[in-house]
Write a protein that binds this ligand. Sequence first.
Ligand code: ZN
Length: 214
Amino acid sequence: MASSYVDRGAREYEGSEVSGRPPREIERSEVSGRDPHGFVPNEDLGEPPSTRLVRAPGDADALSCSEDGTVCFACGFVKTKANKDPFNLAEAEDAFTDMQKMIDQHYNKGISNPALVDMIYEFYNAEIRPLGDYGAWTRISIGRHLLYHRNDEDVMVNEVVNMLYAQVQSLRNKVWVENVLDGCVEPHIKNLTTLNQLVNTMTSTLGKRKALRS
Ligand SMILES: [Zn+2]
């Protein structure tokens, strides 16, 4: 990535001594309104930003839950009962109940959330969708249903624990600083403090989850 700093040495000063006019550097700053000695963001130089926000590297099983603009089949199922063939509707309701059971049996029990989303996706397309004129149910919509729409307290606590654990696992790789020249290591106080806070929060959340289950 190109430097974000303006090379002051490359600025033009010629002409100022002869004419008595201020250096051209100052003229430019008057036009742009920018401090000529200050930091110039990459965006102002027409370059793409050099950083972006990402998940913690250990947060491997997290679902993408940004809205994809599609309709959630499960949430709409109750409303779509009108104008359905009664026989097919009864079949669909049974299959829907089986799907709910499948979610309860598998969520947070040895399979990752993305794998559970795949399982629901396959089940919907094989067992439910052929029973009526039901639309596509996207994996993102299934993920949102799993994590948001059901408003399930157990799910929320589990997701918070998973998220905190991923942050802890990622951060624990970055809490000591090594001087590559002499091999000396010393603690990175800021990251250690954050790690300590995350561990404390996770510990208390685990206690709450235990209380919820008892
Ligand atoms: Zn839903």
